[in-house]
Design a protein around this ligand. Sequence first.
Ligand SMILES: Cc1ncc(C[n+]2csc(CCOP(=O)(O)OP(=O)(O)O)c2C)c(N)n1
Ligand SMILES: CC(=O)[C@@H](O)[C@H](O)COP(=O)(O)O
Ligand SMILES: [Mg+2]
Length: 627
Amino acid sequence: MSQLSRLTSIDVLRRMTPSELRALSEEIREFLVDAVSKTGGHLGPNLGVVELSIALHRVFDSPKDRLVFDTGHQSYVHKILTGRTDFSALRKRGGISGYPARSESIHDIVENSHASTALSWAEGIARANRIKGLTDRSVVAVIGDGALTGGMSWEALNTIADEDDTRLIVVINDNGRSYEPTIGGLAHHLDALRTARGYEKFLDWGKRTLKKGGTPGNMAYDALHGLKKGVKDVIAPQGFFENLGIKYIGPVDGHDPIAVEFALTRAKAFGGPVLVHVITEKGRGYRHAENHVADRFHAVGVIHPETGLPVAPSRFGWTSVFAEEMVKVARKRADVVGITAAMLHPVGLAPMREEFPDRVFDVGIAEQHAVTSAAGLAFGGMHPVFAVYATFLNRAYDQLLLDVALHKAPVTFMLDRAGITGDDGASHNGMWDLALMRTVPGIRVAVPRDGDELVAQFHEALDEDGGPTLVRYPKGSLPEALPAQRSIGEGYDRVDVLSEAQGEEGARRVLVVGLGPFAPTAVAVGKTLAGRGEHVTVVDPRWVLPHSPTLIDLASAADLVVHIEDGLVDGGIGDSLRDELARRGSATQVACFGIPKDFHTTASRAQLIEDFGLTPEAIVASVGTDA
Ligand SMILES: Cc1ncc(C[n+]2csc(CCOP(=O)(O)OP(=O)(O)O)c2C)c(N)n1
Ligand SMILES: CC(=O)[C@@H](O)[C@H](O)COP(=O)(O)O
Ligand SMILES: [Mg+2]
């Protein structure tokens, strides 16, 4: 009988012998490869935390003890161990989320997939436990070495170090990588700890001792008892964690079940803030992941399990257009530099780094630093291009507002994954940037409708040296090119007319505005309205903030503006246009269509577009008839 099928409860897990645990680890790896190759997902990270997740659930008693996963993309094994083994609809509607989800399990806590938050979550939970006198409860934060490069992690560690009586265990899941090898001084320090003399000695001694081990059932006790007497002289050299005042245990081989369990048992018994440094391997046990140079299968699409090759071709057309154009620009403009927050390949800066390694900077998962560093680079005469997923820019709003915009710094933000991303969870939809940018003085925002426009607007952004510019585009493959029938105005003021129709005498005059990927939707809406005899003009404003005077004039001349955007409907660009028209005393009605702000369960982009009433049919039905 397979260990996985035996696993009907955590108690069964806790009674497993070392050999059963090893078999279970293998089965879980096979399960992960088989399941995730069918659906896509975070295969590499989860292959790396099989033994760690098992040990966490054997040593700690979730949900009494709280397990918090940073980013949460590495929680598939935790899900399997807590009774969720149907991965057939992973990240799909009706299936399990790719991140912890409270609606799925009492064992899941943090649904936010933005990195570097786990230590703050854990510190707050542990503080609450202390206040409530729940002194028998541990809080465990599992954080990757990449997430540890995020500033919030250090804000939390600074506080945690001061809370001696807090039962808080920080587990660093150190696989040496974010997507790529983790950058910076911290990564070097972790390396130093990892190769510390004590680590080898710790392991050899641990294995020797445990060869004489006790009964399998008492493995953790034997590990603890057997290794305790020698542990004092194998703790890794003083590191900044100890200097901060946080006890450090490790480094520990994260794929050695006994060593991990022993270390976690010690940490649990410590009774104060303690950090366990666990060394793991991203993609462990699946050679196509282990051999994948770029990111060890950090996030894969549907793949052939036997080869690791994608079933469908690359799905990131917009990113490829930017990547290619960035290299062309860099060849011509020495002042242009690229910045990424630990996502070199996903945002398309790898080709530029290939050719100009000194002009692409990876700052780790540190978007706030990236933005203010860009302000510094601009002050120094460069034109920085920060390529980032739209949702992750949220974190650097203050830096954008008061370090970049306040100083009118010529920084260009290239926002990938803007709008509804769908299956990657609620906090991954790039839905907030347009509304946020309404509050940023002086920023110019563009929303290209196809690849040609992305290139054109990227160049226009780079030509702007009087302040920040932002170009945002969706996840996935490129749409058909959508040429304009004619354009009105020049430069930022230019508005592209995509279609127009003269209606019947006295019919309603409708201006349909489709931003970016909703331009084709706007054309479809216009066609239906024209078919009913209404006067229709369908436009793409290209640069959407500040509003172009041409667009304002077109809108003022209409009875109704239908405005469709891949962003928040409350407070979005359509809302802003409505406010602007009202300020001018215009009687034009504005019907805004976009994303509602309440967060959503996992579903595909197509499903969410249906849900939000963003199909042409739904929009036409909503704006009614002229009658
Ligand atoms: C604020 C933020 N920026 C970027 C990302 C994208 N991202 C997701 S996982 C990841 C790498 C995480 O590395 P690490 O914490 O070491 O976890 P591992 O994948 O190695 O287990 C990144 C950059 C994110 N989720 N949140
Ligand atoms: C967890 C995380 O933030 C990233 O791994 C993200 O899920 C990648 O998204 P894409 O798959 O759209 O590149
Ligand atoms: Mg890592």
